[in-house]
Write a protein that binds this ligand. Structure first.
Ligand SMILES: *Cc1c(COP(=O)(O)O)cnc(C)c1O
Length: 380
């Protein structure tokens, strides 16, 4: 089975991890500092703060936005559940606002029309790697005293109006899970241009402690303080060493992902039963996912049947995502399916094809052949 996503690990990664294991530090140390500096430079942000995973990074960003009980945050329904869970960790209420037809990212017109009271954050998701309408959303958020948090877990290396995502929103969150464009096993990063927020993030990932171990060692003192509650969300030096080795390959891998996406778009264009992903002229996707949608009524089979037929062809297709307000926990909070027609329709018709940097041209052709075959079998 050709998986829908997969990590690429070479000898460089193995040597880097071995070097870290033989070094003085295993947990957060100099490798994390270097990884953060290199990551910040790559995405064009002033600060990068590494976390133990992308979900922890979202939690930390939501904390910076000051979300607490009685506050609200806007989140699109078409995302991984972690984008919304981070609001609930802090006792805030999630207000799901639908996505835009075409790009499938948060719709600024709907956000403007339905900005809830006590909104502390607009959390937008760069779905499949395509940057959201960041300029419009940032203005809207700031106009209501809220921060723009960009969940860029899909979008490492994506570009919006000529700049990489990372220094555009107030806080940008990345995931380093193995299925994403690069990995540290588990890991996450928050980037920001604010010195103040960067230090709040660092404190949050280290129990709320106001000085770190290195500062304490330098001052030769046991004294520390905990001004606010924090967590242990640290990345290890072992993981950071792996991340630095991955960063070296990232530009090549991103180019390969673009190449594969372009091959899909060329080869699948003749299949009029499919809607292919769009990439507006002012942005470039990071191509975490290549998701096609079945045109309503064009096939005799529903999505589940097409999905099974592709799996039977050994194509590891997937579906992204069950709308978050449809999940039991969110239904219990009072969210009622049916309120987000664009996201719900996209979900019903969507199938994610395999896309990762290690795929060969022959793999891409195999996927396209299987998709053509299945579409022909089920065509009306
Ligand atoms: C992967 C992902 C996350 C969470 O990242 P982890 O590193 O797995 O915790 C958050 N949001 C989205 C949209 C994701 O795809």
């Amino acid at each position: 089975m050709l998986p829908y996503g997969h990590q690429v690990i070479g000898d460089g990664e193995i040597r880097a991890v071995e070097r870290a294991l033989r070094s003085e530090f295993l947990t957060t140390g100099p490798e994390v500092d270097r990884f953060e500096a290199e990551f910040a430079e790559f995405v064009g942000a002033r600060h990068a703060v590494a976390m133990s995973n992308g979900t922890a990074a979202l939690h930390a960003a939501a904390h910076v936005a000051g979300i607490g009980p009685g506050d609200t945050a806007v989140v699109p329904p078409l995302t991984f559940v972690a984008s919304a869970n981070c609001v609930r960790y802090l006792g805030g209420d999630v207000v799901f606002v639908d996505v835009r037809r075409g790009t499938l990212t948060l719709d600024p017109d709907l956000v403007a029309a339905s900005m809830p009271p006590r909104c502390k954050a607009v959390i937008t998701v760069d779905f499949t790697g395509l940057p959201s309408d960041l300029d419009e959303l940032r203005l809207l958020a700031h106009g209501h005293g809220a921060l723009l948090i960009e969940d860029a877990a899909h979008a490492i290396g994506a570009e919006y109006r000529g700049r990489k995502v990372g220094g555009i929103a107030d806080l940008t969150v990345f995931s380093l899970h193995p299925v994403k464009q690069m990995t540290t096993g588990e890991g996450g990063v928050v980037t920001t241009n604010s010195d103040e927020w960067a230090s709040v993030l660092r404190r949050f990932r280290n129990h709320g402690i106001s000085v770190d171990a290195a500062q304490r060692a330098a001052s030769g003192s046991w004294i520390y303080d905990v001004p606010t509650l924090g967590f242990n969300y640290r990345l290890t030096d072992i993981q950071a060493a792996l991340g630095r080795a991955q960063l070296e390959h990232l530009p090549t891998w991103l180019a390969r992902r673009r190449e594969i996406a372009a091959m899909y778009s060329d080869m699948l264009a003749p299949l009029d039963v499919l809607e292919l992903p769009v990439e507006p002229a002012d942005r470039r996707s990071g191509w975490h996912l290549y998701a096609v949608r079945l045109r309503s009524g064009a096939l005799r089979a529903d999505r589940a049947e097409v999905f099974s037929a592709l799996r039977a062809e050994n194509i590891g297709v997937n579906v992204h995502y069950i709308p978050v307000p449809h999940l039991t926990y969110y239904r219990r909070l009072g969210h009622v399916p049916g309120g987000w027609p664009v996201a719900e329709d996209a979900y019903e018709r969507s199938i994610t094809l395999p896309l990762w940097a290690g795929m060969t041209d022959a793999d891409v052709r195999d996927v396209c052949d299987a998709v053509s075959k299945v579409c022909d079998v089920f065509r009306r």
